[in-house]
Unconditional design. Structure first.
Length: 269
């Protein structure tokens, strides 16, 4: 399917045949049931499968806006929502919405929240109230996305890495993680942390001096919002950054480890 999708991506929507449309829908269906992923970890490295993202973009091209009913509410859109039968093993609290083409693994809980097309949500993960999982975002197992968390979508360009949140992360209330940022396993973000591709992530735990990185938070880091002074033409002003203030201890009991980290570092969640 990869070669066919790559070839179709160069075609105009009007030139795509019925048989080719079926192929595109089949690829998105495979994403929907978890057989395909936009991004996967292979030999310790995350690989973005641009052809899978291209299939999603093609799906938007061939779909037409149609009326959709949800009880007394109605909508007009190109992409239907997932239909839950109970066999998926996912708890879905009204009015949580997961779009067709996203995958939510058994044991996950969706509070009133939104999961966009191409996203992957792992087993045992809690997507809390008003949290948003953007298009193609990859959320691992046993992750907690607290209330109002915004995980950004990265659908275009097709080769761009989506936001990746690995297993056992805890993302505090109203955090924002966007533009392909990668949170490695076990990361804890305190309430209100914002991390974009250009946000400075500053490790302040070493007495030898701060270490600065961007786009990736190392495994088990405990992070809080920070401010860095920056001089502009009009003066010096505080610019948001993220501060790594400690490391969550490895533990076979992840919940105990999380609670200990929150207490030790007095992190608001």
């Amino acid at each position: 399917m990869k070669n066919e999708i790559n070839a179709l991506f160069e075609k105009a929507a009007a030139d795509i045949t019925t048989a080719e449309q079926k192929l595109i829908i089949e690829v998105v269906t495979q994403i929907d049931n978890g057989n395909l992923r936009v991004c996967s970890k292979e030999n310790g490295q995350w690989i973005t499968h641009d052809w899978v993202k291209k299939a999603i973009l093609l799906y938007f091209r061939i779909q037409k806006n149609v009326p959709m009913e949800s009880g007394p509410l109605n909508y007009l859109d190109k992409v239907p929502v997932k239909r839950w039968t109970g066999e998926e093993g996912v708890r879905v609290v009204p009015p949580a919405v997961a779009r067709f083409g996203s995958f939510v693994e058994k044991g996950a809980i969706l509070m009133p929240s939104y999961v966009n097309i191409g996203a992957h949500v792992g087993a045992g993960t809690m997507v809390d109230t008003w949290a948003t999982v953007g298009s193609c975002a990859q959320i691992g197992a046993n992750v907690h996305l607290s209330g109002g968390v915004g995980i950004g979508g990265v659908l275009e360009p097709a080769q761009a890495q989506p936001v990746i949140v690995e297993d056992d992360c805890f993302i505090g209330s109203r955090c924002i993680v966007v533009e392909g940022v990668h949170l490695e396993q076990g990361v804890v973000l305190g309430a209100g942390v914002t991390i974009t591709a250009s946000t400075k992530i500053i490790d302040v735990t070493d007495s030898a001096g701060p270490k600065i990185m961007k786009g990736r938070v190392p495994a088990n880091s405990v992070v809080i919002p920070g401010v860095e002074n920056k001089t502009f033409a009009a003066g010096t002003f505080g610019v948001p950054c993220a501060l790594i203030i400690g490391t969550r201890q490895e533990s076979t009991n992840k919940k105990t480890s999380l609670n200990q980290a929150l207490r030790d570092f007095q992190v608001s969640v």
